[in-house]
Design a protein around this ligand. Structure first.
Ligand SMILES: *[C@@H]1O[C@H](CO)[C@@H](O)[C@H](O)[C@H]1NC(C)=O
Ligand SMILES: *[C@@H]1O[C@H](CO)[C@@H](O)[C@H](O)[C@H]1NC(C)=O
Length: 404
């Protein structure tokens, strides 16, 4: 019998869009009427995901001072999020009918009551490679960072301002490596069982959406900075394979611990980050994107995507989606007006060319008035406006791929 239906694919896509729209509507309308679609959002990764864990450790990689958090709901509130407002996991949680912010596991202001509905283990500066989390304390970079921090601070932290506390000293331990995020996840599960009992805890883990974004620092702060010796040890292709293997071990591990719904983000067009454009400019190659880095992101993404497909075959109960951030990112850069953006090259904070973390502070000159016109908040991290697009895209992929 002939069918009037359009292809299954477009039906699925249309259904997905409806569900996303409904979820977004639900979160803006009367909260609490419709039960959340998942019991919790559980987050792993780097500064694109860190909702405040680095506040609790001694590291210069922090964002717990103004103007970070300038556009948080309810008014300015620096929380350690690397952005002017909320991050993708917060927006995903909100859209799914869960709380509007996903608390950091190391934040003493939250307890198991909160973590049962959402928890973040991510740490700014970390990577898939164990060595990435150590970059700032490795011998070669300690001297460079000491110089960088004292010199730039004399310019930017001026007017008698001391670094936001708790401060740090050079040689402090690392940010949280990915294996340690998994240890925290195990610790969390332990506490969740004590809090709610074995079967309710298991149901939460099974139903929770696990959101993962990591990998940028492995290339930009480790491999291409010659910070760890990986450059001498691996070709780019070998390093990609090494990271993909590490990501696979991580995903198999959290699956083994009960995770069933997972999204794993690919790399953005990392050669187009403001900081990389500036580096390109300093090298006398103009201020365009570093195409070499974008090519690496593309080939790495293809390998991650294949690895994720392999995991789906290997673990039938694992519903996992690869989220291709690269294309969304380039779409924004190629057609800013479509998204209401005016500047996709420089960050809003300070000059927008290199400032992030402690360099992006209240005394830094030139910070923009309306971050919604910018792709980047600081020289490395997107604005909330763009995080919304990324969160939306992630949810759409989740519905299309049956993760939600
Ligand atoms: C990273 O470090 C952890 C803890 O020391 C170790 O268990 C793991 O095997 C390391 N991973 C790699 C790929 O070296
Ligand atoms: C999210 O996606 C839906 C469906 O495509 C769209 O209607 C909505 O405007 C998007 N929201 C944002 C903030 O991009």
């Amino acid at each position: 019998m002939a069918s009037h239906r359009r292809s299954g694919m477009s039906d699925a896509a249309a259904a997905a869009l409806l569900v996303v729209a409904a979820a977004l509507l639900m979160s803006t309308a009367s909260g609490g009427v419709v039960p959340p679609r998942v019991p919790a959002v559980i987050v792993f990764g780097d500064s694109t995901m860190d909702t405040g864990n680095n506040n609790a450790i001694r590291t210069p990689l922090r964002a717990d001072f103004p103007p970070y958090g300038r556009d948080m709901p309810g008014g300015p509130h620096p929380t350690g999020r690397f952005g002017n407002g909320r991050l993708p996991p917060d927006l995903i949680s909100d859209a799914l009918g869960l709380p509007p912010l996903v608390p950091a596991y190391l934040d003493p202001a939250y307890g198991m009551e909160d973590f049962a509905r959402g928890v973040c283990f991510a740490s700014a500066g970390t990577g898939i490679d164990n060595a990435t989390a150590d970059v700032l304390v490795s011998a070669s970079t300690t001297i460079v960072s000491a110089y960088y921090i004292t010199t730039c601070c004399s310019i930017y932290c001026g007017r008698g301002r001391i670094l936001p506390s708790p401060a740090f000293t050079i040689g402090d331990p690392t940010v949280i490596p990915l294996w340690k995020e998994v240890e925290y996840y195990e610790d969390y599960q332990h506490r969740l069982r004590a809090h709610l009992g074995r079967s309710r805890a298991a149901a939460i883990i099974r139903g929770a959406l696990h959101v993962v974004s990591i990998g940028t620092n492995d290339f930009l702060e480790n491999y291409f900075l010659f910070a760890t010796g990986r450059f001498a040890q691996f070709t780019v292709a070998e390093f990609e394979d090494f990271l993909v293997a590490g990501a696979r071990v991580f995903l198999a591990r959290i699956h083994g611990l009960g995770a069933r719904r997972v999204t794993f983000a690919g790399l953005a067009a990392i050669g187009c980050l403001s900081l990389e454009r500036t580096t390109n400019e300093l090298r006398g190659r103009g201020g365009g994107c570093v195409e070499e880095y974008n090519d690496v992101a593309k080939s790495y993404n293809a390998k991650v995507k294949a690895m994720v497909r392999g995991l789906r075959d290997e673990f039938p109960k694992l519903r996992i989606a690869f989220v291709s951030v690269y294309e969304s990112f380039l779409n924004i850069i190629n057609d800013p007006a479509k998204y209401g953006l005016e500047n996709v090259e420089e960050g809003c904070c300070a000059t927008g060319k290199f400032e992030m973390g402690i360099m992006c502070n209240e005394d830094a000159p030139m910070t923009c008035d309306d971050a919604d016109k910018f792709l980047f908040w600081d020289a490395f991290h997107p604005t909330e406006k763009v995080n919304r697009l990324m969160a939306n895209h992630t949810l759409q992929v989740c519905y299309q791929e049956g993760v939600l």
